[in-house]
Design a protein around this ligand. Structure first.
Ligand SMILES: [Zn+2]
Length: 366
């Protein structure tokens, strides 16, 4: 598919606009649309919901699924990709009669609407899909670095000191280990960064219901979950938590080539994570369903810049005030690191994203 001049326009300015455009485009295709509202509301009091659009037969053999916004503020790119799919790419996909297409919009609508990566209860949803509390994994190094990860003040001096502590840890144990400690999840501090939750969150339950019901008994499912923030600028890495001897890993390599990576093999831009959505899908689908689920992670800026932005946002939510100059600056930077204000980045994401969808379609049908 050639680059589309409309690509910049497909990036919506906010959740409410993105939602409305998604629903309108889905209805324009006569898709079966369903909305799963959550209790919390948006900044203008608007309803927040996980919306789905389904196109295809009542009982598909195979299913192509694309989800967006598990990490709230990362949802701009995924939503734009879904809009592109509905408005343009669908015509060229020519899915066979036995194959369905399922789009899941804004799995974390609160984070999308309020410009946070986490949800309404400060939970990183992509660490929430495990058995609570049995599978809560201890993260002792996180405890040791707690004050530097979650400073109570963010003045220049505290900021500097805590950055030095984190970089000192990286100097001693390597950046990979720092990344693992900071991102794998923690299940203790409800207001801290990378909190995976104490229970299954509302969006977790909704996603499981969608996986169980809206996949309509398909025997083979290819699921792409769109994220941003890690890796080279505008380029997707296709990430799985499956080990390299798992069929889904081998299929991913065949479908996506070198961009398919397993966190378990240490080859990914992402560290090994706990409680990812992939597990929730697996658990919610019938045992004989073949699932090939990949995170499409589109890079933005340097990993440290992204992390500092997330840390500042967590500080803002826990200790600061958004309606201040500093608060607004933190919000601007958070959005920038997950959705660069750059037409080239956006065009690249949509071109590469269309390629990922096409590769997935081909793989699913092979
Ligand atoms: Zn993400």
């Amino acid at each position: 598919m050639p680059p589309d001049p409309a690509s910049e326009a497909r990036f919506s300015p906010d959740y409410a606009t993105a939602r409305e455009r998604f629903l309108t485009a889905a209805e324009g295709r006569a898709a079966r649309v369903a909305s799963h509202p959550i209790e919390a509301r948006g900044p203008k009091g608007e309803e927040l919901a996980v919306d789905t659009a389904y196109l295809g037969p009542e009982a598909p053999e195979r299913l192509l699924a694309v989800s967006s916004g598990v990490h709230g503020v990362e949802g701009y790119a995924g939503s734009a990709l879904q809009l592109q799919l509905l408005e343009a790419q669908l015509d060229g996909l020519s899915l066979p009669a036995d194959t369905g297409l399922l789009l899941v919009h804004a799995v974390n609508p609160h984070g999308f609407a309020w410009r946070r990566r986490v949800n309404e209860r400060n939970v990183d949803l992509n660490r929430n899909f495990l058995s609570h509390p049995d599978d809560h994994v201890a993260n002792p190094s996180y405890e040791g670095l707690f004050d530097a990860i979650n400073p109570t003040r963010l003045d220049e001096e505290t900021d500097q000191r805590s950055r030095e502590k984190l970089l000192g840890f990286a100097g001693e144990h390597g950046f990979g280990e720092l990344q693992r400690v900071l991102t794998c999840g923690q299940y203790v501090h409800a207001r801290g960064m990378q909190f995976g939750g104490h229970d299954a969150e509302a969006s977790n339950a909704i996603l499981r219901r969608i996986a169980a019901e809206d996949t309509r008994g398909a025997g083979r499912i290819a699921w792409v979950d769109v994220h941003t923030g890690l890796g080279p600028y505008g380029i997707p890495e296709m990430i799985t938590e499956c080990p390299t001897d798992h069929p889904a890993y081998r299929l991913g390599k065949a479908w996506y080539g070198d961009s398919a990576k397993s966190t378990q093999a240490g080859e990914s831009v992402s560290a090994k994570l706990n409680g990812v959505m992939e597990h929730g899908l697996e658990e919610s689908l019938p045992g004989d369903c073949e699932l090939v689920a990949y995170t499409a992670e589109f890079g933005t800026y340097d990993g440290l810049r992204v992390f500092w932005a997330m840390r500042a946002d967590n500080w803002l939510a826990a200790h600061g005030e958004e309606d201040t100059e500093k608060g607004q600056e933190i919000k601007r930077e958070l959005v920038e690191v997950f959705r660069p204000d750059d037409p080239e980045w956006r065009a690249k994401v949509l071109v590469e994203g269309a390629r990922v969808v096409e590769q997935t379609r081909r793989g699913l049908l092979s």
